[in-house]
Ligand binder design. Structure first.
Ligand code: NAD
Length: 337
């Protein structure tokens, strides 16, 4: 029998520790015989006038064509006349939702061992619309934009995600008691979508109360959906509940079914090139990409191999209190496959 044609996917190894942890992903995918063919794209050292950024037009086209990709951390070059790399990706690919699964890693002790939640953040508007100006000297104004279109789009994604992943509840996080118009519209849209999913419980939780509930008992939550700024803060809070940014995966969902997975952490220049980086966050991000492609078997196998390796405790990188190199930790994961 002939093997199925490999699925093309874009890979941005990125900067700093990026290439080292991207190499780990490539090796683990090979060991697990994942039918993915990587199209590698590096960030350029010159501004591409077509994107006004160090990201080339060809790189963006690769993601648009493949509709799936994995991105390592990118260090935005300093200087004038270009757009930030992450902003370019978000705008050009219309990445409207940032999805972060957050679950306790068995065997890696943190304050909680029963966290299993998903945060879904609206990623295009709210306080991050970039519309700020000075009204008069000493007075500035920032516009918080909430639209029906973007709110419905992210709410749809949250309920769809809950449904296909067998989740039971969606909580919309808001401050509509104060932000009556903006957060009020966001909630109205969530309610409309909730009506189409009677099998999923819908609730609304005020952001301040949500923070208290999360730190007291994170098991109270399942899927959380929220506007941009709240999502930025709550998703990092949740990462902290399970052991920090080195372990936390994420996936950006764009128009037309694009999924660009990425680790939450940066390029870690302090440890770059030293074979010290923990590849777990990028590996688990790659797992979210596989789930998006409905390659559930491969996703489960790889996730289990990672979790088993960490739980055993024999091979752990320095950030988790161990003394393994990136390559030895990766070999151990491949061994468990
Ligand atoms: P950082 O996440 O790179 O590093 C913070 C600390 O965490 C450092 O001590 C680092 O060594 C450690 N760390 C991060 N990832 C790790 C890993 N996988 N294994 C072990 N240790 C890890 O944050 P920073 O120093 O604020 O940013 C450095 C660069 O990364 C900046 O240029 C920033 O713009 C960029 N950045 C990019 C992204 C992205 O591409 N999404 C996100 C954040 C920061």
């Amino acid at each position: 029998s002939s093997a199925p044609a490999p699925i093309p996917a874009t890979l941005f190894p990125g900067d700093g520790i990026g290439p080292e942890i991207a190499e780990a992903v490539k090796q683990v995918f090979q060991a697990a015989e994942v039918p993915i063919e990587w199209e590698e794209h590096y960030v350029g050292d010159q501004i591409d006038p077509r994107t006004q950024s160090f990201l080339t037009w060809e790189s963006l086209e690769s993601v648009r064509r493949n509709k799936v990709g994995l991105k390592g951390p990118m260090a935005t070059p300093i200087g004038k006349g270009h757009r930030s790399l992450n902003l370019t990706l978000r705008k050009e690919l219309n990445l409207y939702a940032n999805v972060r699964p957050c679950y306790s890693l068995p065997g890696y002790k943190t304050r909680y061992d029963n966290v299993n939640l998903i945060t879904i953040r609206e990623n295009t508007e709210g306080e991050y619309s970039g519309l700020e100006h000075q009204v008069v000297r000493g007075v500035v104004e920032s516009l918080k934009i909430i639209t029906r279109q973007a709110s419905l789009r992210v709410a749809e994604y949250a309920f769809h995600y809950a449904k296909i992943h067998g989740r039971e509840r969606v909580s919309a996080i808001h401050k509509a008691n104060i932000m009556q118009k903006t957060d009020g519209l966001f909630l109205k849209c969530c309610r409309e979508v909730a009506e189409k999913y009677p099998e999923i419980t819908y609730e609304e939780v005020v952001i301040d109360n949500c923070c208290m509930m999360l730190v007291k008992n994170p098991a109270l939550f399942d899927v959380l959906v929220m506007p941009n700024l709240y999502g930025d803060i709550i998703s990092d809070l949740c990462a902290g509940l399970i052991g920090g940014l080195g372990l936390t995966p994420s996936c950006n969902i764009g128009e037309g079914g694009i999924a660009l997975a990425e680790a939450v952490h940066g390029s870690a220049p302090d440890i770059a090139g030293k074979n010290l980086a923990n590849p777990t966050a990028l590996l688990l991000s790659a797992v979210t990409m596989l789930r998006h492609l409905e390659l559930y078997d491969k996703a489960e196998r790889i996730q289990n191999a990672i979790l088993t390796t960490i739980a055993e405790g024999k091979y752990r990188t320095a950030d988790l209190g161990g003394s393994s190199s990136t390559t030895d930790f990766t070999k151990a994961i491949c061994g468990h496959l």
